[in-house]
Design a protein around this ligand. Structure first.
Ligand SMILES: Nc1ncnc2c1ncn2[C@@H]1O[C@H](COP(=O)(O)OP(=O)(O)OP(=O)(O)O)[C@@H](O)[C@H]1O
Ligand SMILES: [Mg+2]
Length: 150
């Protein structure tokens, strides 16, 4: 499905809806050009999810751990060269955990993404508006799609 965010406030509203659908083990994949709003959306999701810390981009660390209503893992795989590197970082333990995982630049590790996931591609229209193309598989995605239609 496609959703339009006219401004940052809209992105915040979408983040809130996503946050409320998250369950143990949910994986969210975020893709889109440099600076399009992947981290901004993650920050809104995290804020509503109960993460008190301010989230910054984990580009150099690849993975950062936070605590919200469940453990909250934020990955930025932009600088990852091989999927093996992800396993070395404990990738499997994160995605098959009791927490939720958000992965920026997920297409860089597309071969090792779980089947059940929510994928969001953000496209820039102008300074403040964005199109979000949301796809996925699994019951969390189904629930989210239902909520976003409202
Ligand atoms: N509707 C919107 N949704 C998201 N971000 C927006 C929107 N309107 C303006 N912005 C701005 O766009 C910028 C997005 O930057 P952000 O760091 O989130 O991008 P990113 O996709 O994570 O970049 P990178 O590829 O470097 O990780 C922010 O400065 C944000 O305030
Ligand atoms: Mg980012």
């Amino acid at each position: 499905m496609k959703i339009k965010a006219n401004d940052l406030k809209d992105t915040e509203r979408i983040g809130k809806i996503i946050s409320r659908c998250l369950e143990k083990g949910t994986v969210i994949c975020l893709d889109g050009d440099l600076g399009v709003g992947k981290t901004a959306l993650t920050q809104f999701i995290a804020k509503d999810f109960g993460v008190k810390e301010y989230i910054t981009s984990p580009t150099f660390n690849i993975i950062k751990e936070y605590e919200g209503r469940l453990p909250f893992y934020h990955m930025d795989v932009y600088r990852v060269d091989s999927e093996d590197d992800m396993y070395d970082l404990g990738y499997d333990e994160y995605i098959y955990s009791e927490g939720v995982t958000i992965i920026e630049w997920s297409h860089k590790i597309k071969d090792i993404l779980p089947d059940e996931r929510i994928s969001i591609e953000i496209q820039r229209l102008d300074d403040t508006s964005r199109i979000m193309i949301i796809e996925g598989k699994g019951k969390t995605y189904d629930k989210l799609a239902e909520e976003l239609k409202k």
